[in-house]
Ligand binder design. Structure first.
Ligand code: AMP
Length: 430
């Protein structure tokens, strides 16, 4: 074999892909019930878009971007996250701004050059929502509520919400200096990366997972003690709103998240079944980002959920792959095309939204003998075999599960109706 899937990526194959379809459908419904509409942005953007939003000193920008030059020498980057592209689209398309607030969501692959490990890929999928316009705590509460709704809709009720506030342009710089001074005093106990972060991004030290850093981090001053009165009141109001919505939460003063654009509220959702460090997803406010991109002053908040992690948690709740209802068997070598034509006629309505009137029909295209076609029909799990050419008394039908022949059907329409009726009977006990 000459080629392999690139490191850190994987193929999603039939058998698994049905679970993805199910997850996509469920999460889309949750988004739409809350009034969020999908935006599909390109998989790549100008590199600067991410450098200026995610932040120059973040791990994502320093080490993880897939950046390339196109033939005209432009620097482009495969998107490592969905918020910056959505904000770009929001500013570029006035139609998105006619209503306030703007509720948007996205779903698709993201790219980060990370060290591959369990649950961590270089191409992974996220579903995320963005709420642009509102500054008040109700927006923060809606976001966290929506995140939980997505989890609940895929059957995950055992979730923990962690919330924190990172302050704003007034109080965050003060905290950053306080924490820099604190970590400087303990610099010799920090890992190499954190020593670097002391200069570039001291807040990120709080997020370090290296065990030797843990005791130093445990003694660090809390961001919550240095919030300005406005940020403190916002955080209190968010907590009150969560209580009002009966959403249990834990305050996590060390929660900082890996992207620079966050202000005030940040949150993560953890679920039983993932390791302690593995959030299903998270998000936060980004009140400055729209303005930083040259737009009007527009506070905003969003989150993203890792779909691979969501699927790990969902386990076997997703439905098994569908099996064909019918396999059309060509009894004679010359009847292959007739078999194809009958298969097409039986499939029926593709515009029937619930496929109530449609049948899943497969037909041999390998030139197999009638016997071999029957073996193949059992192997693919077809419920019925239908035979061509039609005999004088009508189409022959065999129930493959029961192993018995059924009454003949005199026309294609009769056959269709009979199959759909019987399938209904078969499915109704579920
Ligand atoms: P972030 O955009 O870093 O806030 O990540 C949000 C969520 O996306 C995380 O909680 C993970 O569930 C998921 N995620 C982030 N990076 C990866 C990755 N490399 N592989 C798989 N999932 C990821």
């Amino acid at each position: 074999m000459k080629f392999q899937v690139p490191r850190g990526t994987r193929d999603i194959l039939p058998g698994e892909v049905e679970r993805w379809h199910w997850l996509e459908e469920r999460t889309r419904v949750a988004m739409s019930l809350y009034g969020y509409r999908e935006v599909r942005t390109p998989l790549f953007e100008a590199t600067d878009l991410f450098v200026r939003s995610v932040g120059e000193s973040t791990d994502i920008v320093r080490k993880e971007l897939y950046t390339f030059q196109d033939r005209k020498g432009r620097s482009l980057t495969l998107r490592p996250e969905g918020t910056a592209p959505l904000v770009r689209a929001y500013l570029e398309n006035p139609d998105l701004r006619t209503e306030s607030p703007t509720r948007l969501y996205y779903m698709g692959p993201m790219f980060r050059y990370e060290r591959p490990q369990a649950g961590r890929y270089r191409q992974f999928w996220q579903i995320g929502a963005e709420l642009l316009g509102p500054a008040g705590p109700e927006a923060d509460a809606e976001m966290i509520d929506l995140f939980r709704a997505v989890m609940f809709d895929v059957g995950l009720a055992d979730v923990t919400v962690l919330v924190n506030s990172l302050g704003d342009a007034v109080c965050r710089p003060r905290y950053r200096e306080a924490i820099r001074a604190y970590f400087k005093k303990h610099a010799e106990k920090l890992c190499g990366d954190c020593k670097e972060r002391l200069e570039t991004n001291p807040l990120r030290i709080l997020d370090c997972k290296v065990p030797s850093c843990a005791p130093v981090i445990a003694g660090a001053p809390s961001v919550l003690d240095s919030l300005c009165p406005e940020c403190a009141e916002h955080f209190e109001a968010v907590k009150r709103a969560l209580t009002g919505l009966e959403i249990p939460y834990e305050v996590a003063p060390r929660l900082v998240r890996g992207l620079d654009y966050y202000t005030r509220t940040v949150f993560e959702i953890h679920a039983a079944g993932l390791g302690a460090q593995n959030a299903v997803g998270g998000g936060g406010r980004y009140d400055q980002l729209v303005k930083d991109f040259g737009g009007p002053d527009t506070p905003a908040i969003g989150f993203s959920i890792g779909m691979e992690r969501l699927l790990l948690l969902v386990g076997d709740q997703a439905p098994p792959p569908a099996k064909p209802d019918v396999c059309v068997i060509a009894l004679e070598p010359g009847s292959a095309v007739e078999a194809q034509a009958l298969a097409r006629a039986l499939r029926g309505q593709v515009d029937d939204p619930e496929h109530r009137q449609a049948l899943h029909v497969v037909v041999d295209v390998m030139g197999r003998s009638a016997n071999a076609q029957m073996k193949w029909a059992s192997k693919v799990g077809a419920r019925w075999a239908v035979f061509v050419p039609m005999a004088a008394e009508g189409y022959g039908v065999r129930d493959m599960t029961a192993g018995k022949d059924e009454a003949r059907q005199r026309s294609v329409e009769e056959l269709r109706r009979w199959l759909i009726g019987r399938r209904g009977l078969v499915e109704s006990p579920r």
